[in-house]
Write a protein that binds this ligand. Structure first.
Ligand SMILES: Cc1ncc(C[n+]2csc(CCOP(=O)(O)OP(=O)(O)O)c2C)c(N)n1
Length: 659
């Protein structure tokens, strides 16, 4: 029987050799965490390498994503579809082993990590999803949802503020099946962390309400195993296992040094490490006995077969619940939901009063929650401002783990990173609200949702200077432009109830994230024919057609659509008003549709939006103009602020006439 250190060395040398071959990468963390990984992945982790999608697998997140060769080695050794050739092409273009673990590129990678701290927050989201799904679907004798979420995190993850947001909430929620290994090696890129990181990390996590297992020797498999056992026995608190480790463990001259963090060891040191560790095999060579000791395929197939049997019995007893579970895990929409949504949209067109779009969104959420039982809403402590609460929603908590509404607290970044974890886990349609301006606190998690193509919906209210009195700290200027420039993120800024309903319908059916930018102030519902209602989903459409030869096009979004319509009335019959709630959606339309909405022959075009103007020039062209915001706003009643910055009929009319 091969000893555990030797098994762990397989990870070390695959990592060392791949980094050396790529001439770039991070060997230190995999070398330091190899012994911990060996304990977790050989025997404890319940997974099936031949079916990485198995619904009840344990989730594993490498939050210190720079140590990507650790997870690639583990996936290869345990039998996932990650070959030795994949490891040899580490960090090469189009390989399945990119520099940082990327969701969708490599079988077994559960989330994209690299932006430190966020993987940990994703893991909290996964553990929350597991508990919520379990509460909704498990029945007596049928724990069909019953898995752990494990996470590796380094000093960098714990220095990042988002780790506080996520772990504080995990403690309050009592997520007992979340187990985090802290790689306490005392080193980050600049060297010994004591100069910049002197927190009492165990005490910090204890204060969050976590079980903390202190002082584990991360190179002693028995100690790690005992800690893991203790962690798994605690079911009402998450656990942090603090492991003292040595970065670059095994390298005779570089172990313990930041020099191993992010650079190849070099041929001479690699040979010295081989000699010191008694590893007599060549680069990328794993002897058969070591390979078979790692192979988890049979174990995984057995674990899944047991679960399959459990699920088959569950199916017999609860056929409807079982098919609903399968639908939710696959992320399919309920069959009747979209036609029902269309009916709700049509109703808004015939009977909506003047409403703020945040209020219209609340009405839409009521429809969404009824049609989509997978809805898991929430807000970062602005539920009654964002209007994300709906009459039947139930707060999710330790006492009510099946609840469909999350009080995320004042934690925008944590909320958005958790939502990514929830979406990745599967079974849910997460949405979360905050003010549009505080999207900036969450910015990188929004970007990660787009990068991973996760269906997450952001309810960003108070979408312009029109919010008024709270002033420039709260008034978004450049945020819409920033959201619109994010690849794969759909941004909608609807002008009334009907557009808001359409935006929600598009958001729930889009495989990627959607940002809804919603007004605080009331907006009248615009008249539309059925075809115009249908065209909203195309992102831009003719809301008010000219009644004589076309002379001028006014393009607007959100609260400025009303203004454009009013200005068009003063400007005469040759004016067309185009409402463009989603530029990215409109951009994907074919040329004929775009030409029908914005005919090239009409070069007099004016765009109006109370946000940064730059993005609008591609629609108005060189002869056009934009009324937007290039300064910060001001505090004052919303109407006065809008007037002060030129969002008036007179100003629109005079700008239009000047074209
Ligand atoms: C948000 C973020 N900031 C900065 C970085 C760049 N970075 C990558 S690793 C690292 C240091 C991490 O230190 P630690 O977690 O202790 O990792 P170790 O050196 O032990 O491998 C930094 C600053 C990053 N990846 N993400």
């Amino acid at each position: 029987m091969t000893d555990r250190r030797t098994l762990a060395n397989a990870i070390r040398f695959l990592s060392i050799d791949a980094v050396q071959a790529a001439n770039s990468g991070h060997p230190g963390a995999p070398m330091g965490m190899a012994d911990i990984a060996e304990v977790l992945w050989r025997g404890v982790l319940r997974h099936n390498p031949e079916n990485p999608q198995w619904a009840n697998r344990d989730r594993f997140v490498l939050s210190n994503g720079h140590g990507s060769m650790l997870i690639y080695s583990l996936l290869h050794l345990t039998g996932y579809d990650v070959t030795i050739d994949d490891l040899k092409s580490f960090r090469q273009l189009h390989s399945r082993t990119p520099g940082h673990p990327e969701y969708g590129y490599t079988a077994g990678v559960e989330t994209t990590t690299g932006p430190l701290g966020q993987g940990l927050a994703n893991a909290v989201g996964m553990a929350l999803a597991e508990r919520t799904l379990a509460a909704q679907f498990n029945r007596d004798q049928f724990p069909i949802v019953d898995h752990y979420t494990y996470c590796f995190a380094g000093d960098g993850c714990l220095m990042e503020g988002v780790s506080h947001e996520a772990c504080s909430l995990a403690g309050t929620l009592g997520l007992g099946k979340l187990i985090v290994f802290y790689d306490d090696n005392g080193i980050s890129i600049d060297g010994d962390v004591r100069g910049w990181f002197s927190d009492d990390t165990p005490a910090r996590f204890e204060s969050y309400g976590w079980q903390v297992i202190r002082g584990v020797d991360g190179h002693d498999a028995t100690e790690v195993e005992t800690a893991l056992k203790t962690a798994r026995q605690e079911t009402s608190r998450p656990t942090l296992i603090c492991c003292r480790t040595v970065i670059g463990f095994g390298s005779p001259n570089l172990a313990g040094s930041e020099k191993t963090h992010g650079a190849p060891l070099g041929d001479a040191e690699i040979q010295a490490t081989r000699d010191a560790m008694g590893w007599s095999y060549g680069p990328f060579e794993i002897p058969a006995d070591i390979q078979s000791a790692w192979d988890a395929k049979a174990q995984g197939a057995k674990a899944q077969a047991e679960w399959d049997q459990l699920f088959a019995d569950y199916q017999k007893q609860y056929p409807d619940l079982a098919s609903e579970f399968e639908r939710r895990i696959q992320g399919d929409l309920p069959q009747k939901a979209l036609p029902a949504f269309d009916k709700a949209i049509a109703e808004t067109q015939s009977e909506s009063p003047k409403l703020a779009t945040r209020k219209a969104s609340q009405n839409a959420i009521e429809v969404v929650a009824k049609l989509f039982p997978e809805t898991l809403g929430g807000s970062a402590d602005l539920g009654h401002s964002n209007l994300t609460v709906w009459p039947e929603c139930q707060a999710n908590s330790q006492d009510n783990p099946g609840g469909n509404y999350m009080h995320y607290g004042v934690r925008e970044f944590g909320m958005c990173a958790l939502m990514n974890g929830i979406a990745l886990h599967g079974g849910f349609l997460p949405f979360g609200g905050t003010f549009l301006i505080f999207m900036e606190y969450a910015r990188n998690a929004v970007r990660m949702a787009a990068l991973m193509k996760q269906r997450v919906i952001y309810v960003f209210t108070h979408d312009s200077i029109g919010l008024g009195e709270d002033g420039p700290t709260h008034q978004p200027i450049e945020q819409l432009a920033s959201l619109r420039s994010t690849p794969g993120l759909e941004t909608w800024r609807p002008c009334d109830t009907t557009e808001t309903f359409v935006a929600w319908k598009e958001a729930v059916s889009y495989q990627g994230p959607t940002a809804l930018a919603l007004s605080r102030q009331g907006l009248a519902n615009q008249p539309r024919a059925a075809q115009q209602v249908a065209d909203i989903a195309r992102g831009g459409y003719v809301l008010k057609k000219e009644t004589s030869a076309l002379e001028l096009i006014l393009i607007a979004t959100g609260s400025e659509v009303e203004l454009a319509v009013a200005a068009s009335e003063s400007l005469g019959g040759g004016v067309r008003v185009v409402s463009m709630p989603s530029t990215s959606r409109f951009d994907r339309e074919d040329a004929a549709y775009k030409e029908a909405v914005l005919p090239a022959s009409c070069t007099k075009r004016l765009a109006i939006e109370a946000g940064h103007p730059d993005g609008w020039y591609k629609y108005v062209g060189l002869n056009g103009d934009v009324i937007g915001m290039q300064t910060f706003g001001e505090s004052g009643p919303g109407g006065d602020v809008m007037k002060h910055f030129g969002f008036t009929v007179d100003h629109v009319v005079s700008k239009a006439k000047a074209l």
